[in-house]
Design a protein around this ligand. Sequence first.
Ligand SMILES: Cc1cc2nc3c(=O)[nH]c(=O)nc-3n(C[C@H](O)[C@H](O)[C@H](O)COP(=O)(O)OP(=O)(O)OC[C@H]3O[C@@H](n4cnc5c(N)ncnc54)[C@H](O)[C@@H]3O)c2cc1C
Length: 523
Amino acid sequence: MADRPTVAVIGAGFSGVLTSVRLLLEPMGPRVLLIERGPRFGRGAAYSSASPHHLLNVRATNMSAFVEQPSHFIEWLGRTGSPDQGQAFVTRDRYGQYLQSILRRAAGQETGAARLVLEHDEVRTLARDGEGWRLELGVGRSLFADIVILALGNLPPPPQDGVDEDVLSSPRYAADPWAWDPASAPADGDFLLLGAGLTAVDVTLSIQEARAGARVLALSRHGLSPRPHIDAIPAAGPADFAPSGTPARVLRQVRAAAQTDWRRVIDALRPHVHTLWRGWSLAEKQRFLRHLRPWWDVYRHRLAPPVAARIADLRARGLFEVAAGRLRRLRADAQGVWATWAPRGGGPPIERRFAAVINCGGPRADLSRSGDALIQSLADAGLARPDDCRLGLDVDARSRVIGAEGLANDALFAIGPIARGHLFEITSVPDIRIQAADCASAVLNLLALRARRVGPVADPAAGLVADLAAFLGQSVDELDVELASLKFTRRVRNAWELRGRRAAFDEIALWLETRRGRGKGGS
Ligand SMILES: Cc1cc2nc3c(=O)[nH]c(=O)nc-3n(C[C@H](O)[C@H](O)[C@H](O)COP(=O)(O)OP(=O)(O)OC[C@H]3O[C@@H](n4cnc5c(N)ncnc54)[C@H](O)[C@@H]3O)c2cc1C
């Protein structure tokens, strides 16, 4: 036990818990130090709410934590008093209980026993210490780990432009919707939500619980609201649907296929999202984010039918309204907060007074302005950098964090929404559970290599030819000659370090194939 290496997992939401569990399930795996600053392990931002109105936005049947055991969650529901819930949208509180039970079980069984250490604190800085890491905690203690996995979730939404200083410091303004306590809501007056997506829906339901009959206005640039799931079990998507090409081309293919039921087509698109995203150039990704993302978000991340019905009822009663426009200013006086916005499509600015304003914008995209101590320490030390689209931390195909110099760090990983720049759709359970399993196996491989004192980092090209030959089913000698003539050792090393071994192999295989094809054609 004393000889086992230590892997520190920072953040105990779904991503951190699942990666820890995967490591604990491996009999020869490491000691796991799971560190969480929030009040409870296994809850995170998504599954902390105890409200019966806060439901999963994915059917129970798709929420198993283990991709290889699709009915794991449904079976757990059945064993714990909620049978036949496969097509239901159960409460997020229930899902939090499920995650906690998985963690308890992994820690309690023989392989995981005495290997899980729970630390209730915030990691404020991370610095290299020999081959490992020194983690400074909020209370001033420090811990050592051989490998670190960042599972930090979403950063809070960015500050909105035009908000006066006195509003920012006022109790009538909540910069972070997850840190806002609805019980602190003013006793009268209307609420303004900045943003109209799933977070705004959540906050609206919480406001109604705390102050039934309160009026809520959600303001967003496009005025789009999340679409509802349908009650019926969705039909399978079109069998031959395999979109490809630029964002505009994909949009045309989706529109053409969505003549009958758009939900089937959006669901059928999901398995292709990672490939499409990785295949797009930076300019294409930026075009998608600018023009299509607001639409993608509302069609892809849908409301559970009971939630949609409740929102429709609030709308019908004049208690919930969505406005399209751009916020110009928020200023405070003794009566409340005055908001001014320019309506979308033109017209004179609108000014209205609210009792409280809650920022429900998307997660903070620009890490350099995150204000998070840990992120800041990583950026200052050059250990991490934002991805090209500024959606989060830059990582490679193996979830290794890429530093300021463009090289992936072998012993620092990041998973979940914080790493969404690499795959884009890595915000919900069906995606993260795969990433968590992959990340855990990359960590276990690295530890195995270290234990055998085989250094994959010192020279990634060493041994590569043998691996590549096995991958291509060719003899080492043959391949060696071919590679030497192509002179691409540096290229191989770069591909390996930046995008991971598998990606490097795929790329090289394709390249060799093209060269050989040309050779055969006599060109
Ligand atoms: C309100 C809401 C509802 C959602 N509903 C669904 C759903 O129904 N289905 C679905 O599939 N997905 C849903 N999602 C998506 C959700 O993001 C993922 O399912 C998943 O929970 C993300 O988990 P995570 O561990 O990456 O992030 P989080 O759950 O945010 O966990 C990150 C944890 O890291 C901790 N942390 C951060 N920094 C530090 C630090 N420096 N030191 C110590 N601890 C730190 C935080 O306290 C937090 O607990 C929802 C998301 C939200 C916000």
